[in-house]
Write a protein that binds this ligand. Structure first.
Ligand SMILES: Cc1cc2nc3c(=O)[nH]c(=O)nc-3n(C[C@H](O)[C@H](O)[C@H](O)COP(=O)(O)OP(=O)(O)OC[C@H]3O[C@@H](n4cnc5c(N)ncnc54)[C@H](O)[C@@H]3O)c2cc1C
Length: 385
């Protein structure tokens, strides 16, 4: 079991690694829509990006708690973890649902940095949050599946060797439950672009490398099915708690980043012959944000601990994501206000982080959908959809 001092050591080591990639590095990438190849390579080679892979497959075999500490520190250092965070949790689909052959083939290569599994393809333009209505269809044909359809906002696919894809294998109308008849596949992206997958980058508000995907008779070997045919929703659902907790940890990192910046600036910046932070109108909002972010971290810790103990933690994972994404957004807003006009200067970096942290109230799941989960599944109120 990892102790508090082990977690502190992890935090310190990640901090030192991130210090080699200062904020100007991230600003440069943001301007050019570049990918942090060197950073991701170093995070992988140092073992931090692969902590969740069991030791028998070449990873560190640690838990979501350690992974959360890593992602929190990455974001607190000013980096944009969205460039690589999915590698941590998408891997879980292979670990929990892959066959022994799939695990033995893919996991050591992912752990060694030879293969990148950074991408997951779920969202579609016409169905959005209503995942079970997605239309991309994979038809069985001999030893292959033939895929046709479209996805949107699929991040990092241009920088990934593999993607976990969710498609229908049985039309929704022919299933007893809407969550049935969906299947998950491991797609070799390099091969797929030669045989029917078209990738179109989306120009977006943040440097998240998100793309539209078009599938035109793409053949995927049946051997690449993850789990059983028709049970793909479970493959995706099982990865969601880890995803929510890690994104929440990133938001706490963003929140702490904003509070670090705001409290230092409020102490240094002198206007009307006094530090602006001496004015309680400036000081109190920062103190309030600190309180919100630290409270959110307690929920992250609770959810991570439950996850690592194998306990059901859907409610805690969702609550941590909601609380942390709202806390980081408030902290970003207060940081902007504290810096005044300078907040708008790119060289201060705040506006970039402000844009980046806004995402997490929408993706990977929006706040309304979390509230709906809590209302319905925790508080047992009437079902809405
Ligand atoms: C930068 C970025 C990166 C992304 N990366 C990926 C990725 O790698 N892979 C992937 O599969 N997806 C990805 N997504 C997609 C993301 O998960 C979705 O955008 C998100 O789940 C919301 O879906 P939507 O955009 O279709 O919104 P919609 O489903 O159209 O919803 C729009 C709004 O309406 C609200 N709403 C909808 N229905 C209800 C309801 N019944 N009750 C109350 N409110 C409701 C939602 O909360 C939301 O605020 C990414 C998105 C972005 C912006």
């Amino acid at each position: 079991m990892t102790t508090t001092s082990d977690l502190d050591s992890i935090r310190e080591a990640v901090k030192q690694l991130c210090a080699k990639y200062p904020e100007d590095y991230w600003l440069g990438l943001d301007r050019t829509r570049g990918y942090p190849t060197d950073f991701v390579r170093e995070l992988t080679e140092s073992g931090f990006l692969t902590v969740l892979i069991p030791e028998e497959y070449g990873g560190a075999g640690l838990g979501v708690m350690e992974a959360a500490v890593i992602m929190e520190q990455v974001c607190r250092s000013g980096a944009h973890a969205g460039a690589c965070h999915a590698q941590m949790y998408v891997m879980g689909s292979v670990l929990r649902h892959g066959s022994l052959e799939q695990k033995q083939y893919y996991l050591p290569k992912i752990a060694a940095g030879e293969l990148r599994l950074q991408s997951f393809g779920v969202t579609e333009p016409t169905t959005g949050t209503d995942t079970t209505s997605l239309k991309t269809f994979a038809r069985k044909d001999g030893d292959d599946y033939v895929v046709n359809g479209q996805k949107v906002w699929i991040s990092r696919i241009e920088h990934s060797d593999l993607m976990v894809l969710l498609a229908r294998t049985t039309p929704k109308e022919q299933t007893k439950k809407k969550t049935e008849g969906l299947s998950a596949f491991l797609v070799d992206v390099g091969e797929a672009v030669k045989h029917g997958l078209t990738i179109k980058p989306i120009e977006s508000m943040i440097n998240h490398h998100s793309c539209e995907l078009f599938f035109d008779d793409l053949r995927i070997p049946a051997a690449n099915l993850l789990g059983k045919e028709g049970e793909g929703f479970k493959v995706i659902l099982d990865g969601m708690n880890a995803e929510r907790i890690l994104i929440a940890a990133e938001c706490v990192g963003d929140g702490r980043y904003f509070i670090d910046k705001a409290s230092h600036y409020a102490t240094e910046r002198v206007v009307f012959d006094r530090p602006i932070g001496q004015n309680q109108g400036v000081q109190f909002p920062i103190a309030r944000c600190y309180t919100e972010v630290e409270a959110a971290w307690l929920m992250v810790e609770k959810a991570a601990k439950m996850f690592d103990e194998g306990l059901p933690c859907g409610a805690e994972a969702n609550m941590s994501k909601m609380l942390a994404s709202e806390a980081s957004w408030h902290a970003g807003d207060v940081c902007m206000q504290t810096f005044g006009g300078f907040a708008f200067a790119k060289e201060y970096h705040i506006e970039r982080k402000f844009r980046e942290t806004r995402l997490y109230q929408i993706a990977p799941i929006s706040t309304n959908l979390i509230l709906s989960f809590i209302g319905e599944h925790v508080l047992k109120m009437p079902r809405s959809f």
